[in-house]
Ligand binder design. Sequence first.
Ligand SMILES: Cc1cc2nc3c(=O)[nH]c(=O)nc-3n(C[C@H](O)[C@H](O)[C@H](O)COP(=O)(O)OP(=O)(O)OC[C@H]3O[C@@H](n4cnc5c(N)ncnc54)[C@H](O)[C@@H]3O)c2cc1C
Length: 407
Amino acid sequence: MATVYDVLIVGAGFAGLTIAERLCTRHGLRCLLVERRRHIGGNAYDHLDDHGVRIHAYGPHYFRTNSDRVVEYLSQFTAWHPVQYRVKSFTDGRYWSFPINLETFEQFIGRPATSEEMEAWLAEHRVPIDQPANSEEIIVSQVGWELYEKFFRGYTLKQWKRHPRDLSPSVCGRIPIRTTRDDRYLREKFQALPAAGYTALFDRMVAACGDALTLMLDTDYREIAPNTDFRHLVYTGPIDEFYDYAFGDLPYRSLRFEKEGFTPGQLAERQPISGKAGFWQPAMQVNYPNDEDFTRIVEIKHATGQDCDNTTIVREYPHDYTRGREPYYPVPSPDAEAIYEKYRSLAAVGTLPEVFTAGGISRAGVNASFVGRLATYRYYNMDQVIALALEKAEQIGEMSRPKGLTT
Ligand SMILES: Cc1cc2nc3c(=O)[nH]c(=O)nc-3n(C[C@H](O)[C@H](O)[C@H](O)COP(=O)(O)OP(=O)(O)OC[C@H]3O[C@@H](n4cnc5c(N)ncnc54)[C@H](O)[C@@H]3O)c2cc1C
């Protein structure tokens, strides 16, 4: 007889793993976690590459949060390596301090300046807009047209293949603008990476579950759905795919990563540029807003603090999304939101697609939850996904208790 699981969880990213860990260890539920990639961790997966350098396989993941609860939760599974995430921008043939701060302003006017001077300049150049309605408006209302065009317009067009005018204010509005010398990329109070990497953290989450968790890698849930018995479904994949694109494809942006490794001998020549032995570029991330096809070059060794003589850089090329590619970024725009709303309505009433009924198992009373970046089509950071997953696990745990769901 087939095993009956309390919960079938689709996707072993931060959302699926957090829910699995909580349900298994705190609520004593039996979970099946199904992941179609060959590894756990979703887009936050990291590993050592051929040069022995720890890289983030699906683009750099800068962990940061203001949530004590999220830090406390993850600290059960990892120690931390504190980081000040530093970014530069390369345009007009030179590196600029970024995000825009007093040093950027000094580079821009070609001489030393004070915060007061910068504030006066901004006051003169910013465009008065009371309630910025899109990404262009939010930036020009803070810094005016010239700095917007130098640092934001080209980058955003490349990244999203949409004009900043057609993107919600949150896309560009995430980036701080300061009149001090504070050049930290991010605002959150806690900024650190898991000391031994994300994958080690994920491995510990899985280990904590013990026998209560069955993990299947390299498996699409559709392969096992018809014949798997469960009481609750947690889905963390793309919601349009789940409903077989019934309302059309949601727009996503995809990416192509181009990696290049360097030995200490090669790096010695770069030292005048990187300013530091063992590194290729002067900061963890350099943005290329205007003249290149890629948007950024990331040298994550700056942030991981790994003790390694080699280094690896990754050029990131935005790519159109078509089915079969990785849907990296939901597109935060009103037209995309309108399509998502239709899928959300289906999800809200718990409609399950046919694949679940094909095997003849009754799904009466089965609940479905949609959690995470792709399932709720939200541009969430890791900490937000973890916080939502912790909440969802509590709800599912509570829901399961009175009915005494066991195998
Ligand atoms: C390039 C990039 C950079 C980012 N940088 C940051 C950052 O610096 N800081 C930050 O906080 N956040 C960052 N994020 C966001 C972060 O990746 C997400 O918040 C987080 O990964 C969301 O976790 P998740 O579990 O919702 O989704 P995911 O990590 O996408 O996991 C979903 C999993 O579901 C699996 N899946 C999908 N469909 C199926 C199926 N049919 N069957 C089985 N499995 C399936 C997928 O293979 C995937 O592993 C970044 C994202 C990207 C793309």
